[in-house]
Design a protein around this ligand. Structure first.
Ligand code: HEM
Length: 180
């Protein structure tokens, strides 16, 4: 997983819970590199999961809630880094397919070692889009947070109904997103 995900995670933890908490989770997570991440490096995603589990133990917040919250943060990080994305798409239903068709494709070109999920879409009604998330990594919670932040960004009230698909480990999920 790209280093930017780790550096942003640790920055968010510092901002919300303070540096002592950052120190604490790095110390207790038995990380492969002692927590020294650079945004251009690539690291084992299990390290991120270990840090979230430690953070959950310290804060008492559930792991899925922490990962979703981080997804919100990452949406703002990504769109700040690539502001043109928000100029070319105008709503959630346009933005999400654009991530699969263009944004993640560009990321793969920029970083040959990027590990990205894939999405598939269905359009059951004018006010509903269904997004299937599939990855070799268990980050459906992150996807959910990113989708929520996307809808918030466009000021669109939506209902997101998530169904975890087999093997039920967070690597496959169906999100039915309905405009309210
Ligand atoms: C709401 C829209 C988006 C969703 C749902 C989404 C979903 C995800 C998820 C769940 C991951 C974690 C890896 C995995 O699951 O396998 C990921 C990774 C990533 N995404 Fe997206 N993403 C979105 C938008 C974006 C945007 C706008 C950018 C950049 C402009 C971006 C760039 C990346 C990068 C760089 C990674 C890390 C790749 C790696 O670790 O190797 N994503 N995305």
């Amino acid at each position: 997983m790209k280093g930017v995900v780790f550096t942003e995670f640790l920055e968010l933890v510092e901002e919300k819970f303070g540096y002592a908490t950052v120190d604490h989770i790095i110390e207790r997570s038995e990380l492969s590199n002692d927590g020294a991440y650079t945004s251009v490096g690539t690291y084992d995603y299990h390290d991120l999961i270990r840090m979230v589990v430690e953070l959950s133990q310290i804060t008492g917040s559930r792991v899925p809630d922490l990962v979703k919250f981080f997804g919100h943060h990452m949406f703002h990080v990504f769109t700040k880094a690539y502001p043109e994305l928000l100029r070319t798409t105008h709503c959630t239903f346009e933005f999400l397919p654009h991530v699969e068709k263009a944004i993640h494709v560009e990321m793969r070109k920029l970083y040959s070692d990027a590990e990205l999920p894939s999405f598939r879409f269905e359009y059951p009604a004018d006010n509903e889009i269904v997004m299937y998330y599939q990855s070799t990594r268990p980050f459906a919670d992150l996807a959910e947070g990113l989708i929520e932040a996307c809808a918030e960004h466009f000021g669109e009230p939506v209902r997101i109904q998530r169904e975890d698909l087999a093997p039920h480990d967070g690597t496959q999920a169906r999100f039915a997103i309905t405009k309210l």
